[in-house]
Write a protein that binds this ligand. Sequence first.
Ligand SMILES: [Zn+2]
Length: 289
Amino acid sequence: MPSSISHGLVAVAVGGAILPKLASRRCLVAGVLCAILLDLDAIGRPFGRGDLTFLGGHRAITHSLAFAVLLGAVVAWAAFRDPRWDQHRLRIGVFLIVATALHGVLDAFASYGDGVTLFWPYSMERYSSPWQPLRGPNEIWWIWLPVLSVILLLKRLRQSWSHELSVKTPTGTLLLMTLALGACGTGVDCTLDDPAAIRLVVSDRVSGAPLVGISGTVTSASYSRPILCYTSSDREECFGWAASGRVAVQVTREGFVPWDTAGVQVAFTGGACSRPIMRDLVVRLQPTP
Ligand SMILES: [Zn+2]
């Protein structure tokens, strides 16, 4: 998935375009929460468990357009019941729906992971864009910088049109919120086509220096095992085991900062996927000798 930071930023930009006041803290926080909490359908991954099957798995029901309408309407009704919101409730609802719906649409432009069941409940077919520019650090160029520019532009425009911007944008709150959830985005889904047993190896790509503080799990349909790390004289090597089939790998590293998610290409030998996990860390799947 694009990171929670990307989804949160897009929600803020949508708020700037739709909301009666760009700086309405309550509206923006609600929109950002709607936009980033959809990935809770993969909440089991950090704990070595699978995706939430009753939601159809990751990027399924919660990422559909129908769910966005439902969630936006419910939150607009439940969180903005006070009479002072009467005049704006419809606009707030539209904002929440658009901010939520864009999460699934953005995910369809990512080069990793499954497609998105955009049209649930009519179809469980997963859709991916034929053009998928979102890949690791590309988010900075394709989402962060353009969206931040749009946010600043909208702020300027609104300031020149009126003086309604009297409250500060809750940048710190939004940043903390998105960072806290960004740490969930380090999983890798990989479909292996080699029927032999596969050994998963985690090692430092650049220097081969000892990797300290690595932990994680490798999960297949039938089991979930911790990734084991061994320290020798010159390096720490971590590995787990996986059979053929669909495998989820979840790795965390001490001191990991969510925006470091980008920066490394993960290679799977004997597998059929690759994606960044975090800086200078490579996960490889190798046939067992
Ligand atoms: Zn997602």
